[in-house]
Structure formats: structure tokens, C-alpha cells
Design a binder for this molecule. Structure first.
Ligand code: PAF
Length: 304
């Protein structure tokens, strides 16, 4: 199913509405706000929803309460994919996604076609210039400008009081928080905990692109990061460089994958940690497999 196949979707069931058009979505939400004056909580997604997304939708439902509205956007955003990335391979499953959203208490799905979001005269760039340059931003040039652009558009279309983003994309969450603060967007950004498979692998739509052998090896990413946190717990004054080397050597044992990056960064500034670990930090990694690039992270350090 291609990205434009969501065009003209307008399926109204008892409990959930699916809209693909911006003005219809705005009109629908204006009515909803009058009927239910509580929070409007947006969960932006690219679809192919898994339990990690389901958890974000449930979190949104709690934030919205009975008097509020939960909106899930489903849009595989072309501007955040590089030319050699997996835009065409990205899984699309609107029917199943609708069931997941409905089961988790969402009220509305906004699933636009690409042409609805990006009009032919589109000529705007939204670029965060500090937090988005390292980690994933270093190897995915253009990714965060694409994310910022689409998220800002979604926030303007839905005008929510809150938006929920998963902490698996730790850098994305930090960049969006910064964008919203810098642009005075009147909205609260809420982080949702990473949901994992039983063996520790972070849930991701991209896990479906792993071969069987890669799937077996991939939980090693979180195991390596956890080993790093445990080592810091035993030796809080360990040099950050040594800690990164120890974790890197564990990641290198995942022979079916290749490390894109492994870094220990300040949890707020995302700058590389020097000296001792005296603030909350994040150890974040990305690994390439044959048809998927997986990211994961772990937070530790003295509490702020
Ligand atoms: O995290 C994602 O799924 C995407 O980056 C987002 C936030 C929906 C923007 O396209």
C-alpha cells in the first residue's frame, strides 16, 4: 500500500472516526471541543502500530479523561526519510491500526495522504540546530528537519493541549520539546516509556524487517546498554570514555549488526558527557542490520 492510498479515507464507526482531510479534521475537532471541553491529546505516529504505540494511546486516553479527545495521526512522513532509507518499505496497515486505536480508546485518527500534508507550493524548512546534530542526526541528515516540519504541521492542524512521544526516540522527544519551547507553541509534550518484547528488544515497526538470526541477536543492544548502567551503578566515578568502550565491545559481539553510533550524552543537552557522571545521562545507540536500523537507549545517573 503506497503513502497516497490513504486519500479519501472517511470511515466512521461507532467509536472512532478516521479522517484524511485537514479541513474536515479541524471541523470535527471544533465540534468535539464544544461537546467535550477537556484536553485534546495527540499521538503522532507513522502507523504499523505495535504495543509501544498502543501504550502511548492509552497514556493519551488517561491524559484526556472522559471529557477530552484523543487523536492519533498516522502518516508515513516522506520528508524525514533520506534517499536511501526505508520509506517504500515502511509497513502500512491502516485497517489494523484503526482496530488498535479503537481498542486503546482513541476518538479520532487523522490519516492524510502525502499531498494533503505537503501542498505543491511547499517551501518551508523547520530546523533545530543544536540537539538534532549528533546521534541519529549525524547519520540521518535531514531527518530531524523533516520530523520538526511534520510535527509542527500536525500540532497546527490538531491544536492539541498535549502530544505524546515515545522515549525510545529520545533525541526526537528532546528536539520536539525544544522546538515547542523555542516557538512558544502552547502545548505540553509528554514522554511515554519504551515498551519491550519479553527478551528486552524495544518494540519498533522496523523489527519486522529483521531476519530470524538478526531478531535473535537484536535484544543484545538493550543487554549491552543495561550492562553499562549496571557498571556505572557499581562504579559511579567510572570515566565516561571507559564506560562507552565497555558497552561498545558488547555491541560488537552482535555479529549480524553494525554499530552506527554509541554515545553517552547529557539527558537534557544531548552533549557528550565528559569528566564524571554527575547528572542524568542517556546512553544511546543505533545499529544497522541488513534491512533495518534499530535505535535504543537507557537512562541513568544521579537524579536531577
Ligand atoms: O516517531 C515517529 O513515528 C515519527 O517520527 C513522527 C513523530 C510521527 C513524525 O513523523
Amino acid at each position: 500500500m503506497g503513502p497516497t492510498s490513504y486519500r479519501d479515507v472517511r470511515l466512521i464507526t461507532m467509536a472512532i472516526t478516521v479522517l484524511s482531510n485537514v479541513s474536515e479534521t479541524r471541523a470535527h475537532l471544533n465540534t468535539a471541543r464544544k461537546e467535550k471541553p477537556g484536553n485534546v491529546v495527540l499521538v503522532p505516529t507513522m502507523g504499523a502500530l505495535h504495543e509501544g504505540h498502543a501504550q502511548l494511546v492509552r497514556q493519551a486516553r488517561e491524559l484526556a479523561g472522559d471529557e477530552g479527545t484523543v487523536v492519533v495521526s498516522i502518516f508515513v512522513n516522506p520528508t524525514q526519510f533520506g534517499p536511501n532509507e526505508d520509506l517504500d518499505r515502511y509497513p502500512r496497515a491502516l485497517e489494523r491500526d484503526t482496530e488498535v486505536c479503537q481498542a486503546c480508546g482513541a476518538d479520532l485518527i487523522f490519516a492524510p495522504a502525502s499531498a494533503e500534508v505537503y501542498t505543491p507550493d511547499h517551501s518551508l524548512d523547520v530546523r533545530e540546530t543544536v540537539l538534532s546534530t549528533g546521534l541519529c542526526g549525524a547519520s540521518r541528515v535531514g531527518h530531524f528537519p523533516g520530523v520538526c516540519l511534520v510535527v509542527l504541521k500536525l500540532l497546527n492542524i490538531v491544536q492539541p493541549t498535549h502530544a505524546v512521544f515515545g522515549k525510545k526516540d529520545y533525541q526526537q522527544l528532546a528536539v520536539i520539546r525544544r522546538m515547542v519551547r523555542n516557538l512558544n507553541v502552547p502545548i505540553e509534550i509528554v514522554g511515554g516509556e519504551t515498551v519491550r518484547e519479553e527478551d528486552g528488544l524495544a518494540m519498533s515497526s522496523r523489527n519486522a524487517n529483521l531476519s530470524e538470526a538478526e531478531r535473535q541477536a537484536a535484544p543484545g543492544i538493550q543487554a549491552a546498554l543495561q550492562a553499562g548502567r549496571e557498571r556505572w551503578e557499581k562504579q559511579p566515578d567510572i570515566a565516561p570514555g571507559l564506560l562507552v568502550r565497555l558497552v561498545r565491545s558488547r555491541l560488537e559481539q552482535i555479529s549480524s549488526g553494525q554499530i552506527d553510533y554509541l554515545e553517552l550524552v547529557d539527558g537534557e543537552t544531548l552533549q557528550s558527557v565528559q569528566g564524571i557522571i554527575d547528572k542524568p545521562v542517556v546512553m544511546a545507540s543505533a545499529m544497522f542490520f541488513s534491512k533495518a536500523r534499530l535505535i535504543d537507549n537507557i537512562e541513568f545517573g544521579p537524579k536531577a
